[in-house]
Design a protein around this ligand. Structure first.
Ligand code: PLP
Length: 259
């Protein structure tokens, strides 16, 4: 089986994150990648120099073209580009039968802002229709309105978000204080809880980590793998990609998406 994965996300000209990271990840995991581009960024490892969002109607048209012909076994949503795009997608994908992974992208690893406040307000509607949302710590803080969530409180904050929107929440610990390991936690509205830990790699080359993880997760869910197993494989794939980072650029460089 070749899972058909639709990535709805922004383009990163430097190839490290966004649509480009998604296509590489999905392809390497044996899936078939389709894309609906929400915005085009001019960026490199040092930051984002420019952004042009596509019209929300044209984003939707790309989605429609893919779903009406090839179809999709799973969808990944990343950078949105505008609040209206978030709204239209939530409306259109409400009836999508397969899994939807929503990576609530707000800020690039370089620190550049990728979603304004109005777009972040539009995330609520997408969390309602998503299967799983994958915030990092700053995103979890913004989505729950709780500043400075301590490591020990991450699960409780994730559970609050899960209950509020009826969605599984994979709260990623990459930005947390622990210097030796990265601990991610999953909370679900049913009360199920699990945590996943691996050793932390000391590196500045983590551009596209969130994109890679969410695209890998969508691909594994597209293979109809159970959620916990899909998360384990997506984390292992991302960990290996960080280890294989080629070290390009002056800033936060791309991961290594190769065999
Ligand atoms: N989407 C796009 C288009 C981006 O350019 C970026 C980062 O630069 C992201 C998403 C998020 O990146 P990360 O996976 O590093 O969180």
């Amino acid at each position: 089986m070749t899972p058909r994965i639709l990535s709805i996300a922004g383009s990163d000209s430097s190839g490290g994150a966004g649509i480009q990271a998604d296509i590489k990840t999905i392809t390497m995991l044996g899936g078939y990648a389709m894309t609906a581009i929400t915005a085009v960024t001019a960026q490199n490892t040092c930051g984002v120099q420019g952004v042009e969002a596509l019209s929300p109607q044209f984003v939707l048209q790309q989605v429609e073209s893919c779903l009406s012909d090839i179809g999709a076994d799973a969808i990944k949503i990343g950078m949105l580009g505008s609040p209206e795009t978030a709204r239209l997608l939530a409306e259109r994908l409400d009836t999508f039968a397969g899994p939807i992974v929503f990576d609530p992208v707000m800020v690039a690893t370089s620190g550049s802002v990728l979603a304004d406040e109005a777009t972040i307000a539009g995330f609520a509607a997408l969390m309602e229709i998503a299967t799983i949302v994958t915030p990092n710590l700053p995103e979890l803080e913004a989505l729950t309105g709780r500043p400075d969530i301590a490591d020990g409180d991450m699960f409780e904050a994730a559970k609050e978000l899960a209950d509020r929107h009826g969605v599984q929440v994979l709260a990623k610990g990459g930005h947390a204080g622990d210097e030796t390991q990265v601990v991610d936690r999953i909370a679900s509205p049913s009360g199920k809880y699990a945590s996943f830990a691996h050793s932390r790699i000391e590196t500045r080359h983590t551009h596209g980590t969130g994109c890679t993880l969410s695209a890998a997760l969508a691909t594994m869910l597209g293979y109809r793998q159970p959620l916990t197993h899909a998360i384990r494989i997506a984390r292992a794939f991302t960990h290996a990609a960080i280890e294989q980072a080629p070290g390009f650029g002056e800033g936060s460089g791309p991961l290594g998406h190769h065999a």
